[in-house]
Write a protein that binds this ligand. Structure first.
Ligand code: FE2
Length: 387
């Protein structure tokens, strides 16, 4: 049988420091970028967890001025990006440090763009819309899942239109990502579950994406293995440092995979849902994932079989239909084990909302790399399944 030759693929990643204590490198890197005044972007939850004061002190001890910007919502909003860029410019900042989950990091990306382009953040919706360099970005993630610290995505919520929009650009890959598993010790079990399932979905979607390739496949499969083997244990034993490190590593690899292979229908539909209801992103993904696997299965049977094997399913002697059922059951069991059982209906989504949700989902850039081409009616049917 003739072997297939890979298409051309590029792979973008930040400089990464991974491991316990990585966050303490923040002032070295800020100084490397010539920082004198740092905009420190975070949110109230991360302030309460104590990470902001620690990072602020580390920077100040090295003689750097710090301006805090912590008015960031769980789904960061356009007006917060605009306000943050005003603060950046008003104080004459020269480097942006973000500490937190996906929300502060995505907001920091938006602040970086607006501070050097001087227009509305919504103008940068879509792929590669930035024209100017943006300030140096140093990111310290405190959740293991969103991977905004390695990705070329920023997802911003527009409250007026009740939509989330995606900015996809190499310019929002941070310059340095300080990935420190110690910072995830302040996550609740619910947040651990949501962000962990988000990371698993990143890896699955990246592996079946039409943009996948050898450089992303290895990261995606390793992420699936790490998250499958360790997430439920971590939710049970949040104090276990080894488990925290494995999930942080899995999340990072999933991020490297999806940032370069892009995503699929779960994320397109979940962005639409998150903009409509302001629900946690990982929870939206969790409510959709097995339904999208079912929808996509026939379009990527060989790839889904590899995913099933990577999750420990013995596929020998099984038909594609049987593997599909086992994979769906396995994903549902994993969700149940980490405590995510609810469906869309529980959060007030009605059949009448589905056309609006679907219209926005098929406009999302993530739908373009879904293995099965999808129109509005296809997406409507998947939402209906997930109700
Ligand atoms: Fe995600």
């Amino acid at each position: 049988m003739a072997q297939e030759i890979s298409s051309l693929r590029k792979f973008v990643a930040p400089e990464i420091i991974f491991g316990s204590g990585a966050r303490k490198m923040v002032s070295n890197y800020a100084k490397t970028f010539g920082a004198q005044k740092v905009l420190l972007v975070s949110d109230p939850g991360v302030v309460n967890a104590g990470w902001v004061i620690e990072i602020e002190q580390l920077l100040q001890e090295e003689g750097l001025d710090v301006v805090r910007f912590t008015q960031v919502s769980p789904n960061p909003r356009s007006e917060e990006v605009m306000l943050g860029s005003e603060v950046y410019l008003e104080h004459g900042c020269d480097v942006i440090v973000a500490v937190g989950g996906g929300s502060p990091m995505d907001c920091a990306k938006g602040i970086g763009i607006v501070s050097t382009h001087g227009t509305q953040i919504r103008d940068f919706e879509g792929i590669d819309q930035t024209t100017n360099p943006i300030p140096p970005l140093i990111f310290i993630p405190t959740t293991a899942g969103t991977s905004a610290d390695v990705s070329q995505f920023a997802i911003i919520s527009d409250q007026q239109d009740r939509v989330k929009f995606s900015i996809v650009s190499k310019s929002v890959v941070p310059d340095v990502s300080l990935i420190d598993p110690d910072t995830t010790s302040t996550m609740s079990p619910f947040l651990t579950a949501c962000t962990g399932v988000d990371a698993l979905v990143h890896a699955i979607e990246a592996f079946v994406s039409t943009g996948s390739g050898p450089l992303t496949d290895m990261n995606a499969l390793d992420a699936i293995r790490l998250i499958n083997n360790h997430l439920a244990l971590l939710v049970e034993q949040p104090e276990d440092k080894y488990l925290r490190e494995q999930i942080m590593l899995g999340s990072m690899k999933a991020g490297l995979a999806f940032s370069n292979a892009i995503l699929g229908a779960v994320h397109a539909m979940s962005h639409s849902l998150g903009g409509f209801l302001d629900l946690p992103h990982g929870l939206c993904n969790a409510m959709l994932v097995e339904h999208v696997i079912d929808y996509n299965y026939r379009s990527a049977e060989d790839r889904f079989a590899v995913i099933a094997q990577t999750m420990g399913i013995d596929t020998r002697g099984l038909t594609n239909k049987q593997i599909q059922t086992r994979l769906r059951n396995h994903v549902q069991a994993l969700k149940r084990d980490v405590g995510l059982k609810d469906t869309l209906g529980k959060f007030g989504v009605h059949t009448t909302d589905i056309p609006y949700l679907s219209t926005n989902a098929i406009k999302d850039p993530c739908i373009l790399t879904n293995p099965r081409r999808s129109n509005k009616r296809d997406v409507e049917l998947v939402y209906e399944e997930a109700l």
